[in-house]
Design a binder for this molecule. Structure first.
Ligand SMILES: [Cu+2]
Length: 134
């Protein structure tokens, strides 16, 4: 019987550790993005994807360099987003979107030319980020 309880408590501890690692990984990646140590630009099936997190305190990362002359999609990920970062604009492209509190919003940026830079902003202009195409 003692062995049974020992195994049972080991199982419970394992599950708790797994849950802890699972949830802490999420915040970990956000911290990586905020610190600029995670690359915001990736490629999926020949399309350039720019990942930006919209959360309290604004958009992260704030400065992004991407490839020019490539079909590009801006993938905004709302994370615990309750502030005015939800009211999103790209003035140069005449884009206005209300972002969800959680989840992904994709915006087609077309095929930006070399030297172009795109400013994303909240409606008040208090939070911003810039993508430069090189
Ligand atoms: Cu604002």
């Amino acid at each position: 019987m003692k062995t049974f309880y020992l195994i049972l408590s080991l199982l419970v501890i394992t599950v708790i550790v797994f849950l802890f690692l699972y949830f802490s990984d999420d915040t970990g990646s956000t911290e990586e993005v905020k610190a600029g140590t995670k690359n915001a630009v990736e490629e999926e099936n020949g399309v350039q994807i720019i990942n930006v997190i919209a959360t309290s305190g604004g958009y992260f990362p704030a400065k992004i360099t991407a490839k020019a002359n490539k079909e590009t999609i801006l993938r905004l990920e709302s994370q615990n987003s309750y502030g005015c970062e939800r009211s999103f604009r790209i003035p140069a492209l005449n884009i206005t979107e209300i972002l969800p509190q959680e989840g992904i919003t994709e915006i087609d940026l077309g095929t930006p030319e070399k030297g172009k830079s795109i400013l994303g902003s909240c409606s008040m202009g208090m939070y911003t980020f810039t993508i430069t195409f090189e």
